[in-house]
Design a protein around this ligand. Structure first.
Ligand SMILES: O=C(O)CCC(=O)C(=O)O
Ligand SMILES: [Fe+2]
Length: 213
C-alpha cells in the first residue's frame, strides 16, 4: 500500500495510520498532544470567555431537532462551534481535524462529508451516564472525537473520566481514560457505549462527530 501511495504522490502519515489501526483493531484511539499545548490554552480561554458570557446552554439528549434536557442523564453545558465564523482561536483546531478527515477519506473510504463540534463544560458534580452517540433513525455519526481542554495540573482525583465499554470477544471490558489537556479520543460512534464519570473539578472539552451525509 505504501508503495502505491508513493506512486500517487501521497505521503503516509504514521500518526494517522496508527489512529486508523487502533480504530479498526479495538474501536478507539487515544492521541496525546493531538492538539498542541499552545492551541489548547487558546481554545480554553476562548471556551471560558464564551461560557462566562453565558453563551452555553444545558446539553440535551436526542438530536438537534428533538432535544430533551435530562439532568439525570447528563449535566454538561455546551456551545456548538461554527467553523465558518473563522474564529481565530478555533482555526488551528479545525485545521487539525480537517487534515485528519482528508486523510481518513483518502485512505479509508469512510465518506465523511460533515462534522459537528461543540465546546462542553461539566461543572463540579456533573456527569454523562452511559450512552451511545447515535440517535434512533439516524446513523450518520461515524466517529466521535473528544479533545480535552483541562488545565495542565489535572489529576486522576479530579474525576470526569471517560469510560469506554469495550466488548472484545463479547465480554465487557471498561477502559478508563483521564481527560488530560491536549488528549484526543476517537471512537466508533455506533459501537462503543461510554460514560463520563462525575467531575470533581470543572471539566472542559470539545466533543464532535465525523458524519456521512
Ligand atoms: O467528554 C467526554 O469524555 C465524552 C462526552 C460524550 O460522551 C458526549 O458528549 O457524547
Ligand atoms: Fe458520548
Amino acid at each position: 500500500m505504501a508503495e502505491l501511495f508513493e506512486q500517487l504522490g501521497f505521503e503516509t502519515n504514521p500518526l494517522y495510520e496508527r489512529i486508523i489501526a487502533d480504530i479498526l483493531g479495538k474501536g478507539y484511539s487515544i492521541v496525546d498532544g493531538f492538539i498542541p499545548a499552545q492551541a489548547v490554552e487558546i481554545l480554553r480561554t476562548d471556551l471560558l470567555e464564551k461560557y462566562e458570557e453565558d453563551h452555553f446552554k444545558k446539553a440535551a439528549i436526542g438530536n438537534r431537532t428533538n432535544e430533551i434536557v435530562e439532568a439525570g442523564i447528563r449535566g454538561d453545558f455546551i456551545l456548538w462551534m461554527d467553523e465558518n465564523l473563522e474564529d481565530q482561536s478555533q482555526k488551528p483546531f479545525f485545521e487539525r481535524i480537517n487534515d485528519l478527515v482528508d486523510y481518513l477519506n483518502k485512505t479509508c473510504f469512510l465518506g465523511i462529508i460533515r462534522k459537528e463540534f461543540h465546546y462542553a463544560v461539566y461543572p463540579i458534580g456533573k456527569f454523562y451516564k452511559r450512552h451511545l452517540d447515535t440517535f434512533q433513525n439516524d446513523d450518520r455519526r461515524k466517529l466521535s472525537v473528544v479533545c480535552y481542554l483541562n488545565e495542565d495540573d489535572w489529576k486522576p482525583e479530579d474525576g470526569g473520566e471517560l469510560v469506554l465499554y469495550l466488548k472484545p470477544d463479547n465480554k465487557e471490558v471498561p477502559k478508563t481514560i483521564y481527560p488530560l489537556p491536549g488528549r484526543t479520543v476517537i471512537f466508533e460512534s455506533q459501537l462503543l457505549e461510554h460514560e463520563v464519570k462525575p467531575a470533581k473539578r470543572e471539566r472542559l472539552s470539545i466533543t464532535g462527530w465525523l458524519k456521512t451525509r
